[in-house]
Design a binder for this molecule. Structure first.
Ligand SMILES: [Fe+2]
Ligand SMILES: [Fe+2]
Length: 241
């Protein structure tokens, strides 16, 4: 069974979340109305969920045709699967991603795709964003997106948690670590450690993971806690021969 929910944060960040109960996992897509009037999407969600996404956005007065820019944090179905459906509603749409991912998006979907540069601010549809490359967390083309206007980090698969977006135990760090250990989705805590060190430099009020609840409660402390977890455990990682 699947359920969905649309919420608005900080006035202008719209999150559509789809919870798949057999996976015990939520999948979120984010939409920002930029000061210039366009709509920026971060993560498209899967193709099969597109009709529900479109309907939910319509109920929030966001028409899918107004989505003019899409950031794809890495080449994976939940991050870019519905891109053809977005393109079908707006032929002028531009996709943005890591250079490897943008090349693949242009090849597979014939979409206009632009490569992002690591930690180089860029204005997309009137919104200033900073892409932060997070190599091998959990794909080689992974990145997260910092939006200075909201001091918001769209963290893709980092800080992922099982469960629905509105179920929060109050201990995000413990739940995130449990999700990492349960899923095995990270190839290396060493890479996560490096990514978190990059992320820690930014002034963050909000973290919006693709999977799991949004985080507003002491985000810097949470990042530090996860860095400590990686530091404690990364050296114990062994490579099976
Ligand atoms: Fe992923
Ligand atoms: Fe994901």
């Amino acid at each position: 069974m699947k359920s969905s929910k649309l919420e608005t944060f900080a006035g202008q960040v719209v999150r559509n979340s789809i919870f798949i109960d057999k996976l015990d996992l939520s999948f979120s897509q984010f939409f920002i109305k930029s000061p210039a009037g366009g709509v920026l999407c971060i993560e498209t969600g899967m193709r099969g969920d597109f009709p529900l996404l479109k309907e939910n956005l319509h109920s929030a007065n966001i028409e899918i045709e107004s989505v003019s820019h899409v950031i794809v944090p890495h080449f994976e179905a939940d991050e870019m699967g519905a891109l053809p459906d977005f393109i079908a509603h707006n032929k002028n749409l531009t996709a943005y991603a890591h250079p490897i991912c943008s090349h693949a998006l242009a090849d597979v979907f014939s979409v206009k795709a632009k490569p992002l540069k690591d930690e180089v601010a860029v204005t997309i549809g009137g919104e200033s964003i900073v892409p932060i490359f997070t190599k091998h967390v959990h794909q080689w083309d992974s990145l997260v997106v910092y939006v200075p206007r909201f001091k918001a980090l769209f963290s893709s698969d980092i800080f992922m948690r099982y469960g629905a977006v509105d179920v929060d135990s109050g201990n995000a760090l413990q739940d995130i670590i449990a999700s990492i250990e349960h899923s095995g989705y990270l190839p290396s805590l060493d890479h996560l450690f490096s990514a978190l060190k990059k992320i820690r430099k930014y002034d963050i009020d909000w973290i919006f993971p693709m999977h799991g609840p949004a985080i507003q409660e002491q985000p810097a402390q949470l990042i530090d806690g996860l860095i400590e977890y990686c530091a404690r455990n990364r050296l114990g990682e062994t490579v099976a021969l």
